[in-house]
Design a protein around this ligand. Structure first.
Ligand code: SF4
Ligand code: SF4
Length: 459
C-alpha cells in the first residue's frame, strides 16, 4: 500500500478480546480478521465507522479520544458541541441550557457546531446551483462515508463536494471570534469538538482534503454525558446561553437534516453504513440519474446514532425534532444573521479526495483478472458456510486472502479435515515405506499444530 500511514481512532484492546469473531461480519469494508485468538484491524481498510465498537460483546473495540485534561495546554478553551448532543438529555427546556452546562465543564466559551452546519449549507447550495455533469453531488459531512467512497467506490470520489465539514467551519469561526474579542494569539486558543463518533476523531487527526484540521482535539460525547446530565438536573441554576444557529443547522444532527437545509428536490438521504453502500452501488451503476444531491451517514439515524453517544438514537432524534420545531415556530430564527467567514478560502479542500481502492487485487489488469478467476475457483471449493472459523468474515474473503498470499486453504477447518483424512489414507497405503510414512506423519503433525491455532481462534 505504498508509504501511506494511517491514523485510526477505533482500536482493539487485546486484553478484552476473546476472539469470539462477532465483529468480523459487521465490518462494511471486511477490515477485521481473527488470528491466534485475537481480532486484528487491517489499517488500509478501516474507515472508523464504529460498527465493530457497537457489536463487540466484550467492549474490546474502543474509540480513542481526548480527555478534558487536554484543555490545560491552552490559555482559553472553546467547546464545539455536535448538534446530536442536544438529543441526549431529557427535560431540557431549550438548547441554551445545554450550552451553559457545557461551559461549566471548564470551557471559556461554547460555539455551536450547528452554526458551522448553517455556513456549510450556504456553500453547498452554491455548489448545487453550479450543478454536476457526473451524477449527484455527495456530501462530505460524514468522514466515514468519505473514506468508504475512497476504498469501495473510487469512481465516485469526484462527486464528493470539496467542502470542510461543519465542525471545521465552526472551529474557524469560533477561534477567529475569540481571537478578535480577546486580542490573543490563535495558538493560545484550544478548540475542542464534542463528538458522537470515532470518524470525526480520525478526521481531525488525519483530515481528508486538507493538510491540517482547525480543531485542537476531540472529546467523546459519552465521556462528558454523565457530568452534563448531573449539571442539567439542576437546570434552574443555569443561565441559558444564546443560541446562534438556525433550526436547520440543529437539524443536521439527524439523517435528512442536511438535505432539508440545502435543497427541496432531487435529493436522497440514507443512514446506516450498509444502506449507504446499497445506495452508492445504485449511484455508481447510474440507476439514479435524477439525483442531484446525496447525503449518506454511516450511523443509523444519522449523528444521533453515533457509537459514542449515550441515548437511543430514535429518542435522541425525537428530541432534536422537537427543538427544531420549537425554534421554527417561535420565530427566533427571524432575528438571526447568516454566519460568514471573512476569509473563506479554508472552507474548501485544498487537495483532491484520492481513491484508495484497497479492494483492488492487482495493479496489472491481466493479473487482476487471473486472481479473480482463482478466487472463483477457491470459492467453489470452500464449503460456502461463511462460518467465520478461519477468522475471515466469509469464504469469499478467505479465498481473497489466500490469493493475496496471506492465508492458506487449510486455514479453513473443513479443508484441514479433508487434508488430514487424505494424509491418513496415504499413510495407510504407504505403510511398507518407512521414510514416506515419516514424512506424512510430520506433515500431519504440522497440520495438527494448525488445528490448535484455529481452535484458539474460534474459542
Ligand atoms: S467481537 Fe469478539 S473478536 Fe471482535 S473484538 Fe470483540 S471480543 Fe474480539
Ligand atoms: S471501525 Fe468500521 S471499518 Fe473499522 S474495523 Fe470497525 S467496523 Fe471495520
Amino acid at each position: 500500500m505504498g508509504e501511506q500511514t494511517y491514523f485510526h481512532s477505533v482500536r482493539l484492546n487485546k486484553d478484552k478480546c476473546t476472539g469470539c469473531t462477532n465483529c468480523i461480519k459487521h465490518c462494511p469494508t471486511e477490515a477485521i480478521r481473527v488470528r491466534n485468538g485475537k481480532a486484528r484491524i487491517i489499517n488500509e481498510r478501516c474507515i472508523d465507522c464504529g460498527e465493530c465498537v457497537r457489536v463487540c460483546p466484550h467492549h474490546a473495540k474502543e474509540v480513542v479520544t481526548d480527555s478534558l485534561a487536554a484543555l490545560s495546554a491552552y490559555k482559553y478553551n472553546i467547546a464545539l458541541p455536535a448538534p446530536s448532543l442536544y438529543g441526549q438529555f431529557k427535560n431540557v427546556k431549550n438548547i441554551g441550557y445545554i450550552l451553559a452546562a457545557i461551559k461549566e465543564l471548564g470551557f471559556d466559551d461554547v460555539f455551536e457546531t450547528s452554526v458551522g452546519a448553517d455556513l456549510v449549507s450556504l456553500y453547498i447550495r452554491r455548489e448545487l446551483r453550479k450543478g454536476n455533469k457526473n451524477g449527484p453531488l455527495i456530501s462530505s459531512a460524514c468522514p466515514a462515508i468519505v473514506r468508504l467512497i475512497q476504498v469501495r467506490f473510487p469512481e465516485l470520489t469526484d462527486n464528493i463536494i470539496p467542502l470542510r465539514p461543519p465542525f471545521e467551519a465552526a472551529a474557524m469561526m469560533a477561534r477567529e471570534r475569540w481571537r478578535r474579542s480577546h486580542a490573543c494569539a490563535p495558538e493560545e486558543i484550544g478548540v475542542f469538538f464534542i463528538s458522537p463518533c470515532a470518524a470525526k476523531m480520525t478526521s481531525v487527526n488525519a483530515p481528508i482534503g486538507n493538510a491540517r484540521s482547525h480543531l485542537s482535539g476531540v472529546i467523546s460525547m459519552m465521556d462528558v454525558y454523565g457530568k452534563l446530565a448531573a449539571i442539567l438536573s439542576h437546570q434552574e441554576k443555569l443561565t441559558p446561553l444564546p443560541v446562534r444557529s438556525f433550526a436547520k443547522g440543529v437539524g443536521w444532527a439527524r439523517s435528512g437534516g442536511e438535505c432539508a437545509s440545502v435543497t427541496d428536490k432531487d435529493y436522497l438521504a440514507v443512514d446506516g453504513v450498509f444502506n449507504v453502500i446499497r445506495a452508492l452501488e445504485e449511484i455508481e451503476n447510474g440507476h439514479l440519474p435524477e439525483l442531484r444531491f446525496f447525503e449518506g451517514q454511516a450511523c443509523v439515524g444519522g449523528c444521533v446514532g453515533g457509537p459514542i453517544t449515550f441515548e437511543n438514537p430514535y429518542v435522541a432524534r425525537m428530541r432534536i425534532d422537537r427543538f427544531v420545531e420549537r425554534m421554527t415556530e417561535s420565530g427566533e430564527d427571524d432575528h438571526k444573521s447568516e454566519p460568514h467567514l471573512d476569509d473563506d478560502s479554508e472552507m474548501y479542500f485544498t487537495e483532491k479526495v484520492k481513491p484508495n481502492p484497497i479492494m483492488k487485487l492487482d495493479e496489472d489488469i491481466g493479473e487482476a483478472i487471473k486472481k479473480i478467476a482463482r478466487i472463483e475457483e477457491l470459492c467453489a471449493d470452500l464449503p460456502g458456510l461463511d462460518c467465520g472459523s478461519c477468522g475471515a468474515p466469509s469464504c469469499r474473503c478467505l479465498a481473497e486472502d489466500i490469493v493475496r498470499g496471506y492465508r492458506e486453504e487449510v486455514d479453513c477447518i473443513f479443508k484441514l479435515k479433508e487434508k488430514v483424512r487424505d494424509l491418513a489414507e496415504e499413510m495407510i497405503s504407504q505403510a511398507d515405506r518407512e521414510d514416506k510414512v515419516r514424512d506424512l506423519a510430520e506433515e500431519m503433525m504440522s497440520l495438527a499444530d494448525r488445528m490448535d491455532v484455529n481452535k484458539e481462534e474460534t474459542k
